[in-house]
Design a protein around this ligand. Structure first.
Ligand code: DAS
Length: 330
């Protein structure tokens, strides 16, 4: 027996499990090659405040993750969190869609125990790889009492981010992740320091429980540009239950796309006005009369995570006031 926290570290692939031919390969390398035991062997266990148990759940780049992957990760994490001798979970994950998996878990896990996602921008084989330090920090955060009740966290580049806000905003830099309102805290010398709490409802305070979700509805994202043709909107509206329209600026919709999107809404497709800018608010009835057109407005969420939220909201509600309330509450 020790007084260290018991942390399960789950491997799913990504750059943190990658390998290049040479130490100079910081961008050209194979992803998802190393097993979670190999990655854990690169960090000093003795100085960690945790007993570790490793588990390889997946071994693939996160760009391949569909809804079934989200559900598989969520259900496994949820099962582990119910074990009395598990105090927290770390998930080593590809960075491309880490924010989507993290937000899904943030909204559907029913536990206050810490769940921390971690990735790396350079594989362990590269010079100045961030893999080992990020993993070490993530375990330290999962083992820290201050992380209890914070929802799902993403730890990378010395920073602790809430799953709700964090986005990948660079394709190659070590400082690839940012939150529009800043991180919740930092990790220094393996010690987490918190400065803020997540303001929006998560985990125990949401109506969604991952074990009760068998499948997720089809929600697609449309990226706006001036020459976007109505045929693309029509094609997606024919198959989707929800459409996130990543409009220009503050959720603007080109004049020739208004009628196709109104028609989609008339046919029961839930259309959400969002922004392709990557940050900021899209205000209901601001740039467009959403009440008149039967559309929803995203508040401040980015399109990729608005998709996660709308899928979950649609598992329980179809009326626009409930769906709009979800964007303002979570
Ligand atoms: N292949 C990408 C992924 O798995 C890259 C990465 O992990 O950074 O998301």
């Amino acid at each position: 027996m020790t007084d260290k926290a018991n942390i399960v570290v789950i491997g799913t692939g990504g750059t943190i499990a990658g390998q290049g031919k040479a130490a100079s390969n910081t961008s050209a390398y194979l992803c998802s090659v190393l097993g979670i035991d190999d990655i854990l062997a690169t960090i000093p266990h003795a100085s960690l405040p945790a007993n570790l148990r490793a588990e390889q759940l997946l071994q693939t780049g996160s760009e391949n993750f569909g809804n079934a992957h989200l559900l598989a990760i969520g259900q496994r994490v949820s099962t582990l969190l119910m074990e009395d001798d598990v105090d927290g979970i770390v998930i080593a994950h590809g960075t491309d869609t880490i924010e989507e998996t993290a937000y899904f878990l943030h909204l559907t896990l029913k536990s206050a125990k810490p769940v921390v996602l971690v990735g790396a921008m350079r594989p362990p084989s590269a010079m100045s790889s961030d893999a080992a330090l990020n993993l070490y920090d993530a375990i330290a955060v999962a083992a820290h009492p201050g992380s209890v009740g914070m929802g799902t966290l993403v730890v990378i580049n010395d920073e602790i981010h809430t799953a709700r806000d964090v986005v990948k905003s660079s394709s190659f830099k070590i400082e690839a992740f940012s939150s529009p309102y800043g991180p919740l805290g930092y990790v220094i010398e393996g010690r987490p320091r918190y400065y803020r709490h997540p303001a929006r409802a998560h985990t125990l305070a949401t109506p969604w429980t991952v074990e009760r979700i068998n499948s997720l509805p089809q929600v697609d994202i449309i990226y706006a540009y001036g020459a976007l043709e109505p045929a693309l909107v029509d094609a997606l509206a024919a198959r989707a239950q929800g459409l996130i329209f990543a409009g220009t600026g503050n959720g603007n919709v080109a004049a020739h796309l208004i009628e196709p999107l109104r028609e989609a809404a008339r046919r029961g497709v839930h259309v959400v006005r969002a922004s392709r800018t990557g940050s900021g608010i899209v205000l209901r009835n601001g740039a467009q009369p959403d009440d008149t057109y039967g559309w929803l407005a995203v508040d401040d969420q980015v399109p990729s995570k608005a998709r996660i939220l709308l899928m979950l909201a649609l598992t329980q509600a179809r009326d626009w006031p409930s769906l709009q309330a979800a964007f303002e509450r979570y």
